[in-house]
Design a protein around this ligand. Sequence first.
Ligand code: ATP
Ligand code: ZN
Length: 210
Amino acid sequence: MLRLAIQKSGRLSDDSLNLIRECGISFINSSLKLKTACTNFPLEILFLRDDDIPGYVADGVADIGIVGQNVLVEEGKQELTVEALGFSKCRLSLAVPKSADYNSISDLNGKNIATSYPNLLQAFLDEQGVQAHIHTISGSVEIAPSIGLAEAICDIVSSGSTLISNGLKEVERVFKSEAVLIANQELPQEKREILEKLLFRVHAVQRARK
Ligand code: ATP
Ligand code: ZN
């Protein structure tokens, strides 16, 4: 039996479950349960917070998982990547108030930037030769400028409408992300074989979607 960790409830959940279903794998999905065994494939699904998925897979509590690259790389666990899945595409971007006079990345020198992704942001600022103060907050990042916590934010964007409704404009793209399948690096042979079977089906689903 292979254990798959997916997000319990959030932007990855529906597409993750749909992928498994389209692979012809059946399970009973009750919103109250934290795990469910599939009925026609040797797979057990664990429902977790997305941030916990890389750690659980690295530790072997789950064998495989589906998570956004933004979370995976932020947690320094990119070596677990098996392959990109093509959904939950988004980007991590820097944004400043609409009215701010912004010409280039060097305008951020000495500024305060609020984000939930301090490692990805620090790597980008280092690469750009910018020194700024990073304030790590866990949510509602987009309100930080209006409450005076920061002059800029670094947050996940897909359409950009959340930025606009908070009076912000996107000024730099920091990281491009999509959902990825990850796996523990020391899977026993028996689990590896189940993973191969699952991947075979995933590839068929992806070909059919094109
Ligand atoms: P959890 O409660 O599990 O911690 P969360 O609030 O941290 O959930 P979500 O907002 O559900 O996370 O986002 C999960 C992942 O989906 C993100 O890490 C990112 O990879 C992707 N994502 C986030 N926002 C979008 C978006 N607007 N469009 C597409 N994908 C997104
Ligand atoms: Zn999360």
